[in-house]
Every structure is written in C-alpha cells, then in structure tokens.
Design a protein around this ligand. Sequence first.
Ligand code: CMP
Length: 141
Amino acid sequence: AIERTLSIIKPDAVAKNVIGKIYSRFESNGLKVVASKMAWLSEQEAGQFYAVHKARPFFKDLVSFMISGPVMIQVLEGENAIAKNRELMGATNPKEAAAGTIRADFAESIDANAVHGSDAPETAAVEIGFFFPGMNVFSGR
Ligand code: CMP
C-alpha cells in the first residue's frame, strides 16, 4: 500500500552536508518527498517528539544531540514507505547497519546515527502530525 513516513536527517548528517545525497537515496528508491522543512529544535520539541523514549537511559543524550544543530525534516510517500525507509536507513547502530545503507555510509555512532524514520503506521501518523499539522503535506498525485 502507499504509505507516508516521517524522516529526519539529524544534526550530524546536516553538518556533514549530505542532505542531497540522502534525498537522492529516497528518490531513487521510490520514495517521494511530499513535505519538508529545516528546523533547529528546542529542547521541549525534541523531548516531546521522543516522548516514547522518556524512561530510557539514553533519553537525555538523545535530546541533547537532536538540539545540537539544525535538522531536515520530511514526509516520504511511496509503496511500503515505512519499511522501505527503514531498509534504506539500516540498523539503529551504524556498526550493525548493512553495507550501502544510509547509516553505514554516513553515521558515526548509535547517538549520531544520521537519520530517524517512523517505525509503524501509528507512529508515522503521530510523527507526521507533530511536524506537519494538517495541510502542509503535498501529495501531488
Ligand atoms: P531514532 O530512530 O531517532 O530513535 C531514537 C534514537 O535514540 C535512536 O534513533 C538512536 O539514535 C538513539 N539511541 C541511543 N541509544 C539507543 C539504544 N540503546 N537503543 C535505541 N536507540 C538509541
């Protein structure tokens, strides 16, 4: 089915100047950018976005990292977009990410891991609504 997923290019990858290279992987694998914006998240926004991880030991470091610089946020649309994007990203820990994936090629550590992608249809809907409320998604089909 055609799905939408929320993708974030994290501060490490933005700093490395590889936004275009990452977009190119989305595009050449059937994922279309249907909304996008650059933002420098506040501590409150990052904490709210990652609220499901609030109790995890890495939460504080995760929030600090996500507010360390600007991020590029986009909605990707395509056939099986959620799983497809996760396949393109590779494992959360870049040391375990398959060769040729975004994290294998551009990420340094489990914290600075270049990209985020929604993990399920329910979280995708919540995450898309968080950054692109209502009408700011342009399907153009
Ligand atoms: P992301 O997909 O953005 O979702 C939560 C983030 O927490 C994850 O990518 C990692 O960058 C970060 N993180 C740090 N430590 C861990 C861990 N042990 N397990 C999962 N995520 C972690």
